[in-house]
Design a protein around this ligand. Structure first.
Ligand SMILES: *[C@@H]1O[C@H](CO)[C@@H](O)[C@H](O)[C@H]1NC(C)=O
Ligand SMILES: *[C@@H]1O[C@H](CO)[C@@H](O)[C@H](O)[C@H]1NC(C)=O
Ligand SMILES: *[C@@H]1O[C@H](CO)[C@@H](O)[C@H](O)[C@H]1NC(C)=O
Ligand SMILES: *[C@@H]1O[C@H](CO)[C@@H](O)[C@H](O)[C@H]1NC(C)=O
Ligand SMILES: *[C@@H]1O[C@H](CO)[C@@H](O)[C@H](O)[C@H]1NC(C)=O
Ligand SMILES: [Cu+2]
Length: 679
């Protein structure tokens, strides 16, 4: 499937002219699903999401109650087979609810809600809860649906209960049908972490980053919330999830003239998100986290999508690669001076040295594994088996850094690469060809030190599962969590998705004996176009997948994974060490900072993790650095430590970091921000 990803961007007017007014595509362009009167028919527009796992519970086995209803439109209408009948609540403001009684305890996996097709008001903000007794409710999902008449889903980790309650803040609210699904229960196992709740989003989050100043997840799709095809608008649908206020806020960003689908993403030294290329192949946009504004910046010299991007030790941003659609080859490096808003070409940063041997020539330079490093260099660890150093001097420099492995091909396109400690990179998974290619379980521990010297590579045992299109985050203890992916690289075909996450545990004494272990499975496929990001509290957001319009792989949501280090053996949350303060909260490489905590920090158990940004398996921003510390003073419940930021500005790359400490049980604190300034 060679999809012409960038094609439509080049000729929007032409595509538009050819449009039949009743064409399905046109409806997508206008952000609508077909809004026709389907009274009596048993079909409604769908958002082409896989139904919740398991089976639909027979509606005749269910009964419902609700907060209020208008005469003639009682809530039992949501259970009859006709979509012409509907529940309408009273327009009284406040929260409205509808509760489904399942008659017995079941293992519930999700719901499908069909809005009343002729309504002009739609349920957006909602929560989904499950209960055994109608007294204690457990929230399994919350968030916001896109406001249109297509069917809406909430899919969550199977939860046992007899009652399911959907609450909404919109009134009047209209629901034609409400289906509940049940599936096999996944036995909780706190030693393997926990999944939930689900965050329902009004778009497929194909790209995302955590705003360091608020902790919000800024997620975006493309010019539309459900498809990237037929780019007509040079705009982007964005949604902001606030994990503290538990709100989801949609936003259309159109003033930057940038469809930020398939971009390169990098945080600058001030925690702003710099987004380059993609569907709008030259644009540069900056999300200013201080003002909350999306700002148009000067465009690149070269058209790109799927390029690698990384911050440099001096705060500049380097990009390379990014053939996309019809615009193939010659994607040498260029560097962006953020302050001056100026791009400079680096023709001697030779992209051909990082080409993979892909079946599709335009994929050869995609998704570079780039790590800004010492002395304004960039280490490129993959996905090509050849590794390279790129330098910024003059017209740029390219220096081979050795091969990651010695097999004939051995590329790892759409694999992951994570710097889990200073100069230690874990590379794993991916496949030889971008698509239609078997996934790999290969794991590499790549160590770098001085620029322009060969990296050393150790290959420990592989993952239990072969994966491509997976995502990963480094956790505060330095282990690497990986979720999702599939064992045959086939965009938008989730048949072979991997449900069991794994985590990598580094063996510092004998790296070749480092291990993978499996964690708790989930039920939602997270494959092509999915993301994972570490949140400020040490949990992980794993979301998205799809954005393929009328395919069957759209996932308008994300789930929270809580690592086992947060959980007691009965599944309750452990009490966690508390960081009272970090001073100063802004430092330079090599600076000492004072950290006050309530409990004693375990030896070697403090780290800073740079804020992540993710799309298409690439997250070049996150890097975890162990920080040495000295205990200065302690008293019951008060401990003061001196922490040292790594001395080299290429190691302590500029930007915002989450500072974490662990107690002697390995329980991580919530993080506190430290900004490392460029020198
Ligand atoms: C741009 O987006 C805003 C919402 O942020 C919307 O109100 C406006 O209509 C959009 N303009 C265009 C030209 O699409
Ligand atoms: C940094 O790189 C420049 C340019 O290659 C080189 O001249 C200089 O010696 C390097 N500095 C260090 C400390 O390695
Ligand atoms: C960079 O390349 C240009 C064009 O090839 C050349 O004129 C120039 O001298 C080069 N600059 C350096 C510093 O090598
Ligand atoms: C999806 O992938 C599976 C497994 O590789 C394959 O059998 C199936 O034909 C694919 N489906 C489509 C629609 O291509
Ligand atoms: C799905 O969308 C594609 C591209 O937008 C279009 O060519 C195709 O006809 C659509 N299929 C259906 C069943 O609507
Ligand atoms: Cu893509």
């Amino acid at each position: 499937m060679k999809v012409p990803w960038g094609f439509a961007a080049a000729v929007p007017a032409l595509v538009h002219a050819q449009m039949d007014p009743l064409d399905h595509d046109k409806l997508y362009q206008e952000g609508k699903t077909p809004a026709v009167d389907k009274f009596g028919e048993d079909t409604v527009p769908t958002l082409d999401q896989p139904k919740p796992p398991g089976q639909k519970i027979n509606p005749s086995d269910l009964s419902v109650t609700c907060s209020s209803s208008v005469t003639g439109h009682g809530c039992s209408n949501v259970l009859d087979p006709s979509i012409a009948s509907y529940w309408q609540n009273e327009d009284v403001g406040g929260t409205q609810w509808i509760t489904v009684d399942l008659e017995k305890e079941r293992s519930i996996s999700g719901l499908v809600m069909v809005p009343y097709q002729d309504a002009d008001a739609f349920i957006e903000t909602h929560t989904v809860e499950v209960s055994q007794d109608m007294k204690t409710w457990k929230e399994v999902a919350y968030g916001r649906w896109w406001p249109d008449n297509s069917e809406k889903l909430s899919v969550f980790q199977p939860e046992k209960g007899r009652y399911l309650r959907l609450q909404m803040t919109h009134s009047p609210a209209f629901i034609s049908e409400l289906d509940v699904y049940e599936t096999e229960y996944i036995q909780p196992d706190p030693k393997k972490g926990a999944w939930g709740p689900t965050i329902d989003l009004p778009l497929v989050p194909v790209s995302g980053a955590i705003d360091p100043t608020t902790g919000n997840l800024i997620g975006w799709s493309s010019w539309q919330y459900n498809t990237y095809l037929q780019n007509m608008g040079s705009k982007t649908q964005v949604s902001t999830w606030n994990p503290y206020k538990r709100t989801v806020t949609p936003r259309e960003v159109n003033q930057t003239n940038h469809d930020m689908f398939c971009p390169g993403i990098t945080f600058d030294e001030h925690g702003n998100i710099v987004v380059t290329g993609g569907n709008s192949a030259r644009q540069t946009t900056r999300y200013n986290t201080a003002t909350g504004q999306w700002e148009k910046r000067y465009h690149m010299n070269v058209d790109r999508g799927y390029q690698g991007a990384t911050i440099l030790s001096d705060g500049r941003i380097f990009v390379i690669g990014g053939s996309f659609g019809e615009v193939i080859g010659n994607k040498f490096g260029e560097v962006y001076d953020v302050q001056a808003d100026r791009w400079t070409e680096l023709p001697e940063c030779d992209v051909t040295k990082m080409y993979t041997e892909d079946l599709d020539s335009w994929r050869m330079d995609n998704h570079g594994w780039l790590f800004g490093w010492k002395n304004e260099t960039v280490f490129q660890a993959g996905p090509s088996k050849q590794m390279n150093w790129y330098g910024m001097v003059g017209n740029g420099t390219t220096t081979p850094a050795g091969d990651r492995n010695h097999e004939e091909y051995g590329d790892a396109m759409c694999g992951n690469a994570v710097m889990f400690d200073g100069g230690k990179i874990l590379g794993f998974g991916g496949s030889q060809d971008y698509e239609k290619s078997p996934a790999l379980d290969d794991t590499y521990i790549i160590s770098i030190d001085e620029p322009n010297t060969d990296a050393s590579v150790v290959q420990p045992a592989g993952m239990k599962y072969k994966r491509t299109f997976h995502n990963s985050v480094v956790l505060p203890d330095g282990s690497v969590f990986v979720a999702g992916g599939q064992d045959w690289g086939f965009p938008f075909n989730e048949t072979t998705f991997v449900s069991e996450p794994e985590r990598f545990v580094y063996n510092a004494k004998e790296p070749a004996k480092s291990t993978w272990e499996t964690w708790l499975p989930n039920t939602v496929a997270r494959t092509y176009h999915s993301i994972a990001l570490l949140l400020q509290d040490g949990t992980v957001f794993v979301g998205g997948g799809g954005l393929c319009g009328n395919c069957t792989a759209n996932h308008f949501d994300g789930q929270i994974f809580t690592p086992p280090s947060h959980l007691n053996s009965d599944g309750s949350l452990r009490s966690r060490p508390v960081i009272y303060s970090v001073e100063p909260a802004e430092a330079k490489p090599g600076d000492w900072i004072k950290v006050k905590t309530d409990s004693r920090i375990a030896e070697d158990a403090a780290s800073i993790i740079r804020y992540g940004s993710a799309t298409h398996t690439v997250d070049t921003d996150q890097r975890r650095l162990s920080v040495p510390f000295k205990r200065r003073w302690f008293w019951h419940g008060f401990n003061t430590y001196d922490f040292q930021i790594p001395e080299d500005p290429g190691v302590a790359a500029p930007g915002y970091y989450m500072l974490y400490v662990l107690d002697r049980y390995g329980t991580p604190s919530k993080s506190v921000n430290v900004r490392v300034a460029a020198v």
